[in-house]
Design a protein. Structure first.
Length: 156
């Protein structure tokens, strides 16, 4: 039997925002979109109601992981917003346990909206988890891998 990997299984996620590598995360929630519909009733048409798409809404993405060496990268990135907020591009990559890439999502217009650090209590030892929540303006096409010929390259 052929050794076929299961592409739906991923155990961690890497996150890169522009040139900042924020490291590995164990949980990624909220990747998705919703098409908002406007309903219009047409006089004399009793069989259905028109459902017209109006806009696309993107939910916030929540990334969580145990506190570790990569936490300093996230803290440095968050501190960069103290001098002003600039929307950036994020790349979230799902990886297998062997660090093979399963899937990649590129998000445009990313800004942090919430960070929560670990609850530290010596009476109840638990894994210290940090979570960052990102707002974004939508998904971007995959970044091209290598040189490609396009309409502006002068190649036909």
């Amino acid at each position: 039997m052929a050794d076929t990997p299961d592409p739906a299984v991923s155990v961690c996620f890497t996150v890169q925002i522009d040139d900042d590598d924020l490291g590995y995360f164990q949980s990624c929630e909220g990747l998705g979109l919703e098409v908002v519909l406007e309903q219009r009733e047409e006089g004399g048409q009793n069989g259905f109601i028109w459902q017209l798409p109006t806009r696309i809404k993107y939910g916030n993405v929540k990334l969580s992981r145990p506190v570790g060496k990569d936490s300093a990268k996230l803290t440095a990135w968050l501190c960069s917003f103290a001098t002003g907020v600039k929307r950036q591009t994020a790349t979230i990559t799902a990886m297998t346990g062997d660090r093979d890439e399963v899937a990649t999502w590129n998000l445009g217009g990313v800004i942090p909206v919430r960070w929560s650090g670990p609850s530290l209590n010596a009476d109840s030892p638990k894994v210290a988890i940090e979570t960052v929540e990102l707002a974004h303006h939508g998904f971007l096409p995959d970044k091209p891998k290598g040189p490609t010929a396009g309409p502006n390259t002068g190649q036909n």
